[in-house]
Design a protein around this ligand. Structure first.
Ligand code: PMP
Length: 292
């Protein structure tokens, strides 16, 4: 539960944390955000999240009103103010208040928000059972439209995918790109394992996940072969193991795709090994919240 929410330099109680209805983050999804987790008193890969947020802001010509160091301090201060050691953190930077037109030149000052609250395992018992994933007809935004590497406030593409998966009775969507190659989940990256080889889609067609990066590091340490590749439905339907990765989702096995069992329908050994290694990594590394 978040007691205090940061908005533009001040903390407000949840009831009083409000922004203008003229904010272009609300009116047009004009802004960027991050999803970050803190474990055991440390923020996991804080620099990487802030770099991605600032890169996204640069790409949409949104000039941050704070430095990266100040943004990190806002996050740490929000955690301290709420006395949180384990948390999900949501910093948001919008274009700010403007008029009803879409022109960003009419928005003089970006809005910065930071929410931090307790949020345990996002998928509950599905870390043991595995997700029932559905491939959806909606395609991931092409890099030539709204590049998926910008973690923008415009999440309708992902939300449409989630709606389609929900309607079809699944608990996560698997999205393809406009060329028919595998892209990612609605809020997570995807890894496919066959004959001991781990593969994940190339970064251009999905969000370059921080958790994805951590899996790259862990596979190197564990000497598991990993490569980036274009993949199709066939690769999903014939995989031995599949898992998704994200800050909120962490590492979660996928045990069913479009009604087909993945492997023997249970989380596989390589997935389980990586899940344990990720847990250890998150519990033991990161930026300390409270100064010693
Ligand atoms: N893809 C999408 C569309 C996402 O929203 C997320 C969550 N931020 C991810 C992938 C995973 O990214 P990360 O590991 O940085 O949370």
């Amino acid at each position: 539960m978040a007691d205090y929410i940061y908005i533009d330099g001040k903390f407000y109680t949840k009831e009083n944390a409000k922004i203008s209805v003229y904010d272009h983050g609300l009116l047009y999804g004009d802004g960027v955000f991050e999803g970050i987790r803190a474990y055991n008193g440390r923020v996991f890969r804080l620099d990487e999240h802030i770099d991605r947020m600032f890169d996204g802001a640069k790409a949409i010509m949104l000039k941050p009103p704070v430095t990266k160091e100040e943004m990190k301090e806002i996050i740490l201060e929000t955690l301290r103010k709420n006395n949180l050691k384990d948390a999900y953190i949501r910093p948001v930077m919008t274009r700010g208040k403007g008029d009803l037109g879409l022109d960003p030149n009419k928005c003089p000052k970006p809005t910065i928000i930071c929410i931090a609250e307790t949020w345990g395992a996002m998928y509950g018992d599905l870390y043991e059972k595995g997700l029932n994933a559905i491939t959806v007809s909606i395609r991931r935004n092409a890099p030539q439209t709204l590049p998926p590497n910008i973690k923008s406030l415009n999440y309708l593409n992902n939300i449409l995918a989630k709606i389609e998966a929900n309607v079809k009775g699944g608990n996560e969507a698997i999205i393809f790109d406009i060329n028919g190659n595998l892209s990612e989940g609605s809020g997570d990256n995807i890894f496919v394992i066959k004959n001991g080889q781990i593969r994940t889609p190339i970064v251009e067609v999905n969000l370059k996940g921080v958790t994805r990066g951590a899996v790259f590091d862990l596979t190197k340490q564990l000497k598991m072969p990993l490569s980036e590749a274009d993949m199709s439905y066939y690769d999903l339907y014939t995989a031995d193991e599949i898992f998704v990765t994200g800050t909120a989702a962490e590492l979660c096995p996928v045990t069913k795709v479009d009604g087909r069992e993945v492997g023997n329908g249970k989380p596989g050994p390589m997935t389980k090994k990586l899940m344990a290694a990720y847990k250890k990594l998150t519990q033991t590394t990161g930026t300390p919240i409270f100064k010693k």
